[in-house]
Every structure is written in C-alpha cells, then in structure tokens.
Design a protein around this ligand. Structure first.
Ligand code: NAD
Ligand code: MG
Ligand code: MG
Ligand code: MG
Ligand code: MG
Length: 327
C-alpha cells in the first residue's frame, strides 16, 4: 500500500533540483518541508534564482549542485534537457547517483543517452506544478507515477518511491509504470483531451454560439466558466457523479448530442495522434520546431491568445476577483 511509503531511502541523500518553474519550485519546497536535504541548481542572477532565494532555498550553480548530489532531478523544460545533460549533468554527476525526470520524453525518445554508472528514474505527478504544492500544504498530495529505467545501485525503485513520498504523492497514490507508458500516455492525454482537445472544444463551442448571434459574455460562461464545475464532478466521482448532479434534460442532451460531437471519426483521429506519438513523429517534429526557434509554436500561441474568447474572458475575469485568490 502506498500509505506505508516513506522518505527513508533519501534520509542521508543530497538532492539537487535543476529548474525552478512549475514543477521545480513545488518539488523543492515539498522535499524541504518533508525534512530532506535539497538544493536548487540555477544560473546565478537568473530570474528564477531570485525567486528561489526569496523562498529561502539554497541556490548553487548547476555544476556545483550536480557535483554534490546523490539525486539530480531534471525539472527544466523538456527541450533544454539534452544540452543540460551533456554540458552540466554528465560531466559532473557522481558515479552511483540517481538521475530523476518528471516526464520520460528525453530518455524514451533517446535524446538523452544516460551514463551507465547512474540510476535513471521517473516521478511524474499527475497534476500541474502549483497543485503539487497547494495539495501538500493542506496535508494532501497529488498522485504520482514512478518508474525505473536504469538501476545500478539496486535501490532505484526505493529512491523513486521515497522522492514521490517527499512530494506528498504517497498521501494520495503511487502507481508504478515504465518510461514508455508514462511518456506516450502523458503526451496523448495533453494533446487529445486535456489541453488540445479541451481548448478546441471550448473555442469551437464559443464560436458556434457567437456566430449564431448570442452575446460573447453568455457564451463564455456557458462553454468555459462552467466547464470547471463539470470537471470538478468528474474529478470527484467520474461520469457517474457528473450525471447525478446535472438535470435530466442535460443528461438526455448528453446522450443524444455528445456522440454526434465526439464521434467514431474523432476517435480515429485520436488513434492517428497516438500513432504519431508512438512512432516518434511527434517528438521529431517538436524537436525540429524548437531548434528552428519556435516559428509555428509562436504563431499558434498568438492566435489562441487573440481568440475572441480571450478578449471577453479577460474582461469578465477582472470582475470575478475571487478567481485568482489562492485555492
Ligand atoms: P517550466 O517551464 O515551468 O520551468 C522550467 C524552469 O527551468 C524555469 O523556471 C527555469 O528555472 C529553468 N530553465 C528554463 N530554461 C532553461 C534553460 N535554457 N537552461 C536551464 N534552465 C532553464 O517547466 P515545467 O513545466 O515545470 O516542466 C519541467 C518538467 O516537468 C518537464 O519535464 C515537464 O514535462 C515535466 N512536467 C511538468 C508538469 C507541469 O505541470 N508543468 C507536469 C508533469 C511533468
Ligand atoms: Mg501530464
Ligand atoms: Mg506532459
Ligand atoms: Mg489549442
Ligand atoms: Mg456522454
């Protein structure tokens, strides 16, 4: 049972976290508050090193942090990890130490080929970084996947579980996986459903209402704001709880119209997206896009941010002052 997993395996270990963004900051603060010895490796004077110092965290140069560490957690953006690995991590890491990722991308797609004398492990919280911290602060945790890619110490699995426990994940649930499963399902989830699918569903629904002459404010509440209330029900009790809390009329509409919107052809396209993840096409395209300086990414992001739902949304959210208060 995950309830018995503790931080014991990391009791005498120095942990170095590289990166202080969405995941990095939450990991550092949770590990510290779990009583572990953690430092953060950041470029001195960089924007995030000031933030880390303000949090009272020990900041070292990335090289120094890696040299002294028994476990190095790589929490920079995926696309900067290969260069960070070859320039900073590989030349400085102690033999027998553990290299930890929060997403298996670079190991699975072989854009990082790790040294053979280290452990390579994964702890992937199934939630955004800020929630990893806020859940911990209220005594709960975000469920975590963990995996072992390379075990030279014979303790790799214990280290991964102890790290997940330090994050608070063991208060929720720890699930063992492997790098392939974590990487491919994580990419599919964010592309087809969580980010890509959900945002397109919202925008197309908004456009449909506004083009039919309904006011943008009304459309905004209908297709975006209220989605949170539905997702909360799904999160707490699945489809069953969601159906239990909406009206009979909403349920009937769900049954007759839902499958017309998301149909067998949509599922075929989901399979195509999954195939491109599995065969490496997505990873190749994303790496090429990053190396080219993000030309398409920048254009697509700008278009999303200029979508009419973002204009009306910004106005409405200004009036809902409670939205940005801490959870
Ligand atoms: P992020 O973009 O929020 O933060 C990255 C941090 O890395 C920055 O704050 C900075 O401190 C550092 N950094 C940025 N550019 C750098 C560079 N060129 N060189 C060195 N350091 C640099 O990243 P994130 O979203 O926390 O993602 C970190 C890892 O966690 C990724 O592997 C990601 O796939 C994984 N992950 C993220 C989430 C999430 O909620 N964001 C969830 C699960 C897993
Ligand atoms: Mg994810
Ligand atoms: Mg992801
Ligand atoms: Mg989109
Ligand atoms: Mg349905």
């Amino acid at each position: 049972m995950s309830a018995t997993v503790t931080t014991e395996a990391l009791k005498n270990a120095r942990i170095a976290v590289l990166g202080y963004g969405s995941q990095g900051r939450s990991h550092v603060l949770n590990l510290r508050d779990s009583g572990l010895d953690v430092v953060v490796g950041l470029r001195p004077g960089g924007p995030t090193s000031l933030k880390a110092e303000a949090d009272g965290v020990t900041v070292l140069s990335p090289e120094e942090a890696v040299k002294g560490a028994d476990l190095v957690a790589v929490l920079t953006p995926d696309m900067v990890q290969p260069k960070l690995y070859s320039e900073v991590i590989a030349p400085n890491m102690k033999a027998g130490a553990a290299l930890l990722f929060a997403h298996g991308f670079n190991i699975h797609f072989k854009t990082i080929e790790p040294r053979k004398d280290i452990d390579v492990i994964l702890v992937a919280p199934k939630g955004p970084g800020h929630l990893v911290r806020t859940e911990f602060e209220i005594g709960r945790g975000v469920p975590c996947l963990y995996a072992v890619y390379q075990d030279t110490s014979g303790k790799a699995k214990d280290l991964a579980k102890a790290y997940a426990a330090g994050l608070g994940g063991a208060r929720a649930l720890l699930i063992e996986t492997d790098f392939k499963e974590e990487t491919e399902t994580d990419l599919f989830g964010e592309q087809a459903v969580l980010c890509g699918g959900a945002s397109e569903l919202v925008m197309k629904g908004f456009e449909t209402l506004v083009e039919a002459g309904y006011r943008p404010e009304i459309a905004y509440y209908e297709v975006l704001h209220e989605l949170k209330l539905i997702v909360d029900l799904l999160y707490q009790g699945g489809i069953t709880k969601m159906l239990a809390y909406v009206s009979e009329t909403a349920q009937y509409g769900d049954y007759v119209s839902g499958p017309r919107i998301i149909d067998a052809a949509t599922k075929e396209r989901m399979k195509a997206v999954l195939t491109e993840i599995q065969d490496g096409t997505f990873a190749r395209n994303w790496t090429a896009e990053y190396k080219a300086g993000l030309p398409n990414y920048t254009r697509w992001k700008k278009a999303d941010m200029e979508h009419p739902i973002e204009k009306v949304g910004a106005e409405l959210r200004k009036k809902m002052v409670w939205l940005n208060e801490p959870a």
